[in-house]
Design a protein around this ligand. Structure first.
Ligand code: HEC
Length: 114
């Protein structure tokens, strides 16, 4: 099982390279605006909010951008089933995903997040 998901992740990353290349150009100010809707659940640097269930919301700060984009796409297309995240991902464009992923993957998010 593990082997299969690692393989599909690799294939997914290859398919994503154009998106990732674009993510490198993501504007931090724009990205900060876009993650404002994530902070209620995924507490991020500068925000102490941990509503509603901190313990089962995965940490995003410091996560690889490619992983975040892939996870969001999986929520959007139904491969991942969590209802809240599916609703959120449904409203994100490819550019939105690249921007929020770049934000969370940035060194500042990595250093400050717990
Ligand atoms: C209503 C609360 C809530 C909000 C708002 C929210 N998330 Fe989530 N998010 C969750 C929960 C709960 C999970 C774990 C779901 C699961 O088990 O699949 C999750 C999972 C994720 C994951 C997968 C993490 C992993 O380690 O696999 C990503 C990426 C993610 N969220 C990104 C975002 C982004 C980006 C936003 C804002 C655009 C956002 N989330 C807003 C609750 C939320």
């Amino acid at each position: 099982m593990k082997r299969i998901s690692a393989l599909s992740l690799c294939l997914g990353l290859t398919a994503l390279s154009p998106v990732l290349a674009h993510a490198a150009d993501a504007d931090p100010a724009v990205s900060r605006e876009k993650v404002s809707m994530c902070i209620g659940c995924h507490g991020i640097p500068g925000y102490k909010t941990a509503f509603p269930y901190t313990y089962n919301v995965p940490k995003l700060g410091g996560q690889h951008a490619a992983y975040i984009v892939k996870a969001l796409q999986a929520y959007k297309n139904g491969d991942r089933k969590h209802p809240s995240m599916r609703a959120i991902a449904a409203g994100l464009s490819e550019q939105d995903m690249a921007d929020v992923a770049a934000y969370y993957a940035a060194p500042a998010a990595r250093a400050a997040s717990k």
